[in-house]
Design a protein around this ligand. Sequence first.
Ligand SMILES: [Cu+2]
Length: 95
Amino acid sequence: MSQSAGGVKGSRGGSASVNPVYYLKKGSLESVHLINEDYETHSKHNFNIDQFKVHTKDLGYFESQTITFIADKVGTFEYYCTIHPEMRGTVTVEG
Ligand SMILES: [Cu+2]
C-alpha cells in the first residue's frame, strides 16, 4: 500500500478518492510507503495504524518512510495522521 499526503494525490481533502480503502489478506506481509507531497502547505504528515503498530515519524516535504508489517488481524482498522484529523481512512483485512 502506498499513501501520499498533499497535492493532487493527497489525503488532505478527506474524500474517498484520495483516502482510499485498502483491502489486505490476513497473514500477508505488507509495506506502507508514505511520501509527503504536500507542496501547498509544507505541513508535516505522519501515518498510523494502531492495531499493526504502524507509526511513521513526522515527514517533511518530500520525505518518505516505509514500514513493513504483517496483517495478522481480520477487521476494519483506521489509518490516520495525528497532525490533521481530516486525514484518515480505513484498512480492511479479510480472512
Ligand atoms: Cu497530515
